[in-house]
Design a protein around this ligand. Sequence first.
Ligand SMILES: [Zn+2]
Length: 183
Amino acid sequence: MSLAAGAPPPLRPVSLPELRLLAAPRHWEVNQLIAGLESLTPVRGLLTAHHHSGVLEVEGEVDTIVTLRCDRCLNLFNQALRAEAHELLELAAAGVGSGQGSTLPHPSRPLDPTELTPGGDDLDDRLDPEGDFDPERWLFEQLSLRLPLVSRCGAECPGPATWSSEEGSGDSRWAALRKLKES
Ligand SMILES: [Zn+2]
């Protein structure tokens, strides 16, 4: 799991005003572990951010391998995880109507109440134009979204062996539970 020599530098948040000054999209080569995501291998791929006025266009394509626990047999297994995403992030003052602190509305931008989601569901799709874009966090979100809701180790899954097992085989905790029920 070592990063080879010549690996790209780790992803760092980049300031949006700085991105705005770039005439061209910014590209990142990704080859690292992503904070918060437990992966067996580094996350590898490419990421691009393009600053348009009012919108940050982000595009990414990354692969990794994650270790998951099968919901059925409880064994660990490895699964390839791939995220291909293209997202338009609105550049608007953070905290407007979201209850997130006391950030004042952006002065140059009139408030449109239809844009405010009461549950704050859209917060991730909105960036403070004077703030940062965090490519690592963005990749974390894209990959997390693609984690399976139900984990199955595959067609070879032995199934919940301890569930119907007789005494002596499998998990001793079940024996303890049986004793509790019998008493
Ligand atoms: Zn299984």
